[in-house]
Design a protein around this ligand. Structure first.
Ligand SMILES: NC(=O)c1ccc[n+]([C@@H]2O[C@H](COP(=O)([O-])OP(=O)(O)OC[C@H]3O[C@@H](n4cnc5c(N)ncnc54)[C@H](O)[C@@H]3O)[C@@H](O)[C@H]2O)c1
Ligand SMILES: [Zn+2]
Ligand SMILES: [Zn+2]
Length: 393
């Protein structure tokens, strides 16, 4: 089959690789019809490169049609339409039963000291072949895939794999209450969707910051109050001005470690590119990298006694946090990979013709799988108005 494979920094290709096969009785094989490119994929071709291996199949936001089921699969049959969550979770362990699918005890990567495996995401998370491919082997066929109805285009459902539950969790973890205020940092797919969900759930004031013109325009068109700056001083002054001098009740960081404005980011970028991977792997796990501009802005911007909800991914082991400031401001901080299945029952009822979250028109680009390298570049460079790219194998 054809698949998007990792070859190095800023180097993804489309290669022919072996078709996946059923290896466990509860496996299913899904023929992928749509597969998103995520901001998290950008980390893999940049700062997280030391944890990748040449030939790894990328992608963790797929949906498609079940083509084959193992002998132990009772809940799905060939022909069913499914979305595949990015967490590989068993659905039956203690953690899964708590709604903490990203910590699934069946797929936890204990040797690496990491949580549940993810599709297409580094050796820290199991090095499992991903879904930017024609076919995908999906384990836990009775509990993991999300069955969706026939009819609407893939765009209606594909974001159930990641964007929707991630943005939903970001808003839930932010503790946004009806009438309350929230600032969203970053208007990529995750930040954009978080603003929509916050509004939908009744936030009184939804503020957002980024610098990409098309992304700002898109949010503005949805009634979000946006600031065209990511400079900490600008953002803090702007949000205080809008919240009686206090700052918003909550800040959602939908940026993560590719933030612009981090003092050490240029160095880290150079370092990760120049230092051999084996060395950089140790450096990141033991020391960390200073790329925390967005998080630092969140800490300054949030009101005293407010909440920071982190969906942006961070990667350094000992990146410094201003604890005195956080303690004094009495900040609550919640974070983590989205627990996809935890939120599916809340989100599914919103995926209707009325389309309250605007998923049908959310993608800016639909691209054949063969054009993935160019699509990655367009998304990474934020060119051509790219906000969400769906690959179509
Ligand atoms: N927690 C999860 O489960 C989960 C799931 C999906 C994605 N993510 C993470 O969420 C983050 C966003 O993902 P995405 O797909 O929207 O990515 P993206 O890269 O398209 O969006 C990031 C946006 O942040 C903006 N930005 C950069 N620095 C900023 C700053 N200092 N202040 C404000 N905005 C800034 C960029 O211009 C860009 O528009 C990534 O870190 C990704 O890894 C986490
Ligand atoms: Zn993703
Ligand atoms: Zn589990």
């Amino acid at each position: 089959m054809r698949a998007v494979t990792w070859h190095g920094r800023d180097d993804v290709r489309v290669d022919t690789v072996p078709d996946p096969t059923i290896t466990e009785p509860t496996d299913v094989i899904v023929e992928v019809t749509s597969s998103g490119i995520c901001g998290s994929d950008l980390h893999l071709i940049e700062v997280m490169a030391p944890f990748m291996t040449v030939g790894d199949v990328m992608g963790h936001e797929p949906m498609g049609i079940v083509r084959e089921v193992g002998p132990g699969v009772t809940e799905l049959k060939a022909g069913d339409r499914v979305v595949v969550p990015f967490n590989i979770s068993c659905g039956t362990c203690w953690m899964c039963n708590q709604g903490l699918q990203s910590q699934c005890e069946t797929t936890q990567n204990r040797e690496q000291g990491f949580g549940a495996s993810l599709f297409g995401y580094t050796k820290l998370y199991g090095q499992v072949p991903g879904g930017q491919a024609q076919y995908l082997r999906v384990p836990f066929g009775n509990t993991l895939p999300i069955k969706v109805p026939e009819g609407p285009a893939d765009d209606r459902f594909v974001y159930l794999s990641d964007v929707l539950p991630t943005a939903w969790q970001a808003v839930q973890y932010a503790g946004v209450v009806p009438g309350g205020s929230v600032l969203v940092l970053g208007l990529g797919p995750i930040g954009d969707m978080a603003t929509r969900i916050a509004k939908h759930l009744g936030a009184g004031q939804v503020l957002a910051s980024d610098t990409v013109p098309e992304r700002l325009a898109r949010a503005r068109a949805n009634g979000i109050d946006v600031l065209d700056s990511t400079d900490q001083a600008d953002v803090v002054a702007w949000v205080r001005d809008k919240t009686d001098g206090r700052g918003p009740d909550a800040v959602i960081d939908a940026v993560g470690m590719e933030a612009h404005g981090s003092p050490g980011a240029k160095f880290a970028q150079k370092a990760t590119a120049l230092v051999p991977d084996a060395v950089m792997e140790k450096v990141m796990q033991v020391v960390g990298i200073d790329r925390m501009a967005a998080l630092n802005t969140a800490i300054e911007a949030v009101r005293r006694g407010g909440t920071i909800s982190l969906s942006g991914v961070y990667g350094g082991a000992t990146d410094p946090m201003p604890l005195m400031r956080m303690f004094d401001k009495q900040i609550e901080l919640r974070m983590g990979q989205a627990n996809v299945w935890r939120w599916v029952p809340d989100i599914l009822p919103l995926l209707t013709d009325a389309d309250p979250l605007g998923v049908d028109t959310f993608a800016t680009h639909h691209v054949p799988l063969e054009q993935a390298p160019q699509a990655y570049e367009t998304f990474r460079q934020k060119q051509d108005g790219a906000v969400k790219v769906l690959l179509q194998p």
